[in-house]
Structure formats: structure tokens, C-alpha cells
Design a protein. Structure first.
Length: 287
């Protein structure tokens, strides 16, 4: 059963400097009633306007894949790095004898690392209604009419992303823009991935998972020791090892391409051990 009792709101959101600009605007996400999973959540939208210490705005709840909704007006204050507000009026809602739209209070905190507003809520006029709220910054216009402003197609993707541990879309854009590739180095005549490269590879996987239009091209290389034919095979094995690593950690094979160049594209001299080590590598590009 989905949560049919919904909730006046007292959110406490702790922010760093410039908190007003962080919270001001529109958000979307979910309300998860205690005892339920994120797969059965209620869709939740909010529009906050922060003017000095005063907060105004609206919230909207919708039941997934139905026309049931409620729009509520909020008021509140912003002080001591805390935004407190409550729903004061249910302006419009779908009517049903089987459900009641409740008001609620709660506390949310903004995580500048993940980009999510997360916290708990508790109903003030419906018994034993508590749960969790997760929101992320968006750019839609909150609808006050029966028809929603946006379809519910985003919800299932959001659930998948959140379960994967992905950050909010706004943060993922920054991660992609600022991502710096690193070569993966290999031991002499080896194609096994060193444990020291796990952190980078997992970070790369997370960035790719966070963007459905993103793919990765992997290119294997060797130093100049050995024949051309042998080094072609070794560089191919190194690229394939990376592909297998990506697939093992949840990247779909159709989002990956690989190539191998043998010893033909060194980035350093092959006359020193240090130079050879730099040439025994795999490089990456986004495509």
C-alpha cells in the first residue's frame, strides 16, 4: 500500500554560506512512509522563496501513475542557518473517500556533497504517520492545477539512481564537467589491474552511470619491449581487463568501447624503466 496519509511541515535545513540561494527555488523527490520502500514512495515537489528571514511557497504531492494530488501553501522563517516552515492551507486536492491529505512537520538537511535534501517527517493531524523525504534541485514550475507540470517518468529513473548511490543531478553535472582522466598503469608483461587504481575506476564508473548519454572509450598500450605482434595482443588484453572491470561493477557493455595500440603511441621514452612504466597503460575518453 502506498502512503495515503500525507502531511504541515517544519523543515530544519542546515546550510553553509549562501544558504538562501541554495534552498531558494524548486525541488522534486519523494516521501517514503515508514515501513515502505522508495519503490512505493509518494512524489513530492516544493517551491521555496526565501526573502531575508521570511519563507513562502508551496508543496505538491502526487500518487505515482494516478491523478491524485494535493497542493499546500507554506510559510516559515529562515534564521540561524535553519529554514523552518509549515503547510498552512491545502489549496487544492483530488477528492476521495478512501484517503485523507494530512499536514506534517519535519526536518531536512542539505548535503552539499550529494546535493540532496533529506530528512524525516511526522504528521500533526494524522496518527502514526511518519517517514522520510528526499529532494533534489530542479527547474520545473510547480503546478497548482489538477494536471501536473511534469510527467511521472522521472520517478523510476530517480529510484534507480538513488539506489546506485548516485548524487543529485545538479551535482552530477559538476562531477562530469570537472572529471580528470588518469591513465591506469600495468606491471611488465601483465594485464592485471593494480588495486591502487580502484578508487579512480569506481569514480569514473559513477560519473558514467550518472549520465545516460555518456559512453567510455578505453585504449590499451605497452612499452617497446617485445615484438609488435606480441605488444598488440598485450595492449588488447589490458583494454579488455578494464572493460571486464567496468561490466563487473555495473556498467552496461553497450556503453563501452575499446581499442589497442601496442607500442605505437608512447607518452614517454622507452629507454628508462620509468618511461617504460608510463607507457604500460590504458587511457580513457568520453564519447
Amino acid at each position: 500500500m502506498r502512503a495515503l496519509f500525507f502531511i504541515p511541515v517544519f523543515f530544519a535545513l542546515c546550510f553553509s554560506a549562501s544558504a538562501e540561494s541554495v534552498i531558494d527555488g524548486t525541488w522534486q523527490g519523494v516521501m517514503i512512509r515508514a515501513g515502505q520502500s522508495i519503490d512505493n514512495a509518494t512524489l513530492f515537489y516544493a517551491d521555496f522563496t526565501v526573502n531575508g528571514s521570511t519563507v513562502d511557497g508551496r508543496t505538491r504531492e502526487e500518487l505515482f501513475n494516478t491523478e491524485k494530488f494535493a497542493v499546500k501553501k507554506i510559510t516559515g522563517t529562515f534564521k540561524n542557518k535553519t529554514l523552518s516552515f509549515r503547510q498552512i492551507v491545502i489549496e487544492k486536492s483530488s477528492k476521495s473517500s478512501r484517503m485523507k491529505w494530512c499536514r506534517f512537520s519535519g526536518e531536512l538537511k542539505y548535503d552539499s556533497i550529494t546535493g540532496y535534501l533529506e530528512g524525516t517527517y511526522e504528521s500533526t493531524d494524522c496518527k502514526r504517520v511518519i517517514g522520510k523525504i528526499i529532494l533534489y534541485k530542479s527547474d520545473f514550475t510547480l503546478s497548482r492545477e489538477e494536471q501536473p507540470e511534469i510527467s511521472h517518468l522521472w520517478y523510476e529513473q530517480f529510484v534507480r539512481d538513488y539506489k546506485e548511490g548516485l548524487n543529485a543531478p545538479e551535482i552530477r553535472k559538476i562531477e562530469r564537467a570537472n572529471f580528470v582522466f588518469e591513465p591506469i598503469f600495468f606491471d611488465f608483461d601483465k594485464s592485471e589491474i593494480r588495486p591502487e587504481h580502484d578508487a579512480f575506476l569506481l569514480r569514473l564508473i559513477k560519473v558514467v552511470k550518472g549520465h545516460s548519454d555518456l559512453r567510455v572509450h578505453v585504449t590499451g598500450h605497452t612499452d617497446a619491449d617485445g615484438s609488435n605482434a606480441y605488444n598488440d595482443t598485450l595492449s588488447q588484453d589490458r583494454a579488455k581487463a578494464i572493460i571486464e572491470y567496468f561490466v563487473k561493477h555495473g556498467l552496461s557493455a553497450d556503453r563501452l568501447e575499446f581499442d589497442f595500440k601496442g607500442e605505437t603511441q608512447p607518452i614517454d621514452t622507452n629507454n628508462t624503466p620509468e618511461g617504460k612504466q608510463r607507457n604500460r597503460r590504458v587511457d580513457f575518453t568520453f564519447i
